[in-house]
Design a protein around this ligand. Structure first.
Ligand code: NAD
Length: 326
């Protein structure tokens, strides 16, 4: 919607596979309807990124000068039940789009949304302290969070993390080896009111949905003290647009809400309770998700150094206000 507002023609390739992955609640057709109503130059193509000939044909016909690849099987947990679909969408789908770019529009900018799960459980081995409502980093050098230099190798990723590593490294390679103008963004928690949040994916949006509907929210493991950094989709778009205007081929950036927008599950629940002026109905499941991060904050220093005009425009409190009352 933002790109359309700026006067760009936008082609949205999405086959609503989120509905297939997550059922009714993951259905994104409400958003498609809104996009069609509110935009002037948006065209939707319900194509599947796994379909290589279809992608090649599409790129040949449309010749996009910016590709923002956000299509994915995005859930850590769901991947374990559908590993082949997960790999086909995340890894194969990505190389299809990279190769379509190389073949038809090699001068174009290609951005892929990767994930902090490419670091696997390595962030859990950073020294941590347990505070009253959250875990946090124990060492001053980790205060700003995880840097892009953390190893993505020899750790537990989950099936999803591994398929995203394939996509992440392949996009880097198309930049370094083939010279394409690729950029890789490893997302923290990307959120906002436009998300079709479900239990298995889209933590904050889903938590607020449960809270508003009076449904029970299940806190899974780590006493609810696990920390995530939340970034509004608007700020994600601004970061990607900054890169697109001045790309650095093959670069990798962590992109989340950073230290300022970090909070534990318990802290998020507390903030929502204040906004709604009532207690949330929660239950606790003691077994953490396999390989789940205990404390993850994206260190934004590298991106901010390369693109100093970019900054976060939405605080966590503003994000929550919009989700709860917007
Ligand atoms: N939301 C987050 O917190 C988060 C965090 C880190 C990384 N990411 C990454 O950002 C990207 C976007 O995430 P999101 O939260 O918007 O996920 P999402 O599930 O809401 O969006 C992905 C979209 O891809 C579409 N899709 C899936 N398979 C497809 C296929 N084969 N062909 C065409 N379209 C297909 C889905 O229908 C869906 O609309 C993903 O790559 C995800 O891994 C998200």
């Amino acid at each position: 919607m933002w790109f359309d507002g700026q006067g760009h023609a936008v082609l949205g390739v999405d086959n609503n596979m989120r509905r297939d992955f997550f059922g009714e609640k993951g259905d994104t057709s409400w958003m498609l309807k809104r996009l069609k109503e509110c935009t002037r130059r948006f065209t939707h193509v319900p194509a599947d990124i796994r379909d290589r000939p279809a992608m090649f044909k599409l790129f040949d016909e449309w010749r996009p000068d910016l590709i923002i690849h956000c299509a994915a099987q995005p859930s850590h947990d769901l991947a374990a039940t559908r590993p082949l679909d997960d790999f086909d969408v995340n890894a194969l789908g990505t190389i299809n789009l990279l190769e379509a770019t190389r073949k038809h529009v090699p001068e174009s900018v290609f951005i892929v949304m990767s994930t902090n799960k490419v670091y696997g459980d390595a962030p859990n081995y950073l020294p941590l302290v347990e505070l009253e409502t959250r875990y946090d980093y124990a060492e001053p050098e980790d205060y700003d969070g995880v840097k892009e230099t953390l190893s993505i190798d020899q750790c537990l990723h989950s099936v999803f993390g591994a398929s995203k590593v394939a996509a992440d490294v392949m996009a880097q390679e198309y930049g370094r080896y083939f010279g394409l103008r690729t950029g890789v963004f490893r997302g923290g928690c990307l959120t906002g009111p436009s998300h079709s949040g479900v239990e298995l994916h889209g933590f904050l949006n889903y938590l607020v949905k449960c809270a508003k509907a009076g449904e029970t929210y299940t806190i899974i493991g780590y006493k609810g003290k696990q920390v995530r950094d939340q970034i509004h989709s608007y700020d994600v778009i601004q970061a990607l647009w900054s890169f697109a205007q001045d790309p650095r081929p093959g670069e990798v950036y962590n992109l989340g809400g950073g230290r300022a927008n970090s909070a534990s599950v318990l802290e998020c629940i507390g903030k929502i309770e204040t906004l709604l002026d009532r207690k949330l109905d929660t239950r606790y499941h003691d077994q953490p998700r396999k390989g789940d991060h205990i404390c993850y904050i994206s260190d934004l220093t590298k991106f901010q150094t390369h693109y100093p005009a970019w900054c976060l425009s939405r605080s966590l409190d503003q994000i929550l206000e919009e989700l709860v009352h917007g």
